[in-house]
Ligand binder design. Structure first.
Ligand SMILES: [Zn+2]
Length: 166
């Protein structure tokens, strides 16, 4: 897989001038990104970052967004949502292990830090709705469950229990 090259940035030009900065906004793949059954669609992430030169290296800061999908933890119906997280990273020619990232051949690879930020923001146990109590097959006979979100409204669920005998 070579879909992560979109987050490798050539920093030759920016590093020539101290105090310079560039905006880096793109959509790129970061490879497999899942936590449990929650998965980022296509491994695609939107980044909106500011890259600035500092003494000895670069700082990268901004936001990372992704769309995820996965099963409701209780009833297993498909759920999806968006996550957004802040990114603040330092890149150095001689990085500190576990603290800063490397500048290699005047390039920085944002893939691992962006991927990590997204993974940490994914929901560990998504729910289709706060009040989901799990599978209730009696309430959702075949065909009714596809009507949309309104069928999940607990206020209407009571009506399903009413039967008219004539
Ligand atoms: Zn549910």
């Amino acid at each position: 897989m070579n879909d992560s090259s979109g987050l490798i940035l050539d920093v030759v030009a920016i590093r020539r001038r101290a105090g310079s900065r560039i905006d880096f906004t793109t959509r790129a793949g970061v490879g497999e990104t899942c936590v449990g059954d929650v998965d980022v669609d296509g491994g695609l992430v939107d980044v909106d970052l500011l890259v600035e030169t500092v003494v000895g290296g670069l700082t990268v800061s901004g936001t990372v967004r992704a769309h995820w999908s996965g099963p409701c933890r209780r009833c297993l119906i498909p759920v999806e949502g968006d996550v957004e997280s802040e990114l603040h990273e330092v890149f150095e020619v001689e990085p500190t292990e576990g603290e800063t990232w490397p500048i290699v051949d005047e390039r920085i690879d944002l893939t691992p830090s962006v991927r990590e930020a997204v993974m940490l923001s994914l929901p560990l146990a998504p729910l289709c709705r706060e009040s989901c109590r799990g599978p209730e097959p009696d309430r959702f006979p075949t065909g009714v469950a596809d009507e949309g979100e309104s069928s999940g409204d607990p206020r209407w669920a009571a009506l399903d229990e009413i039967h008219f005998d004539q």
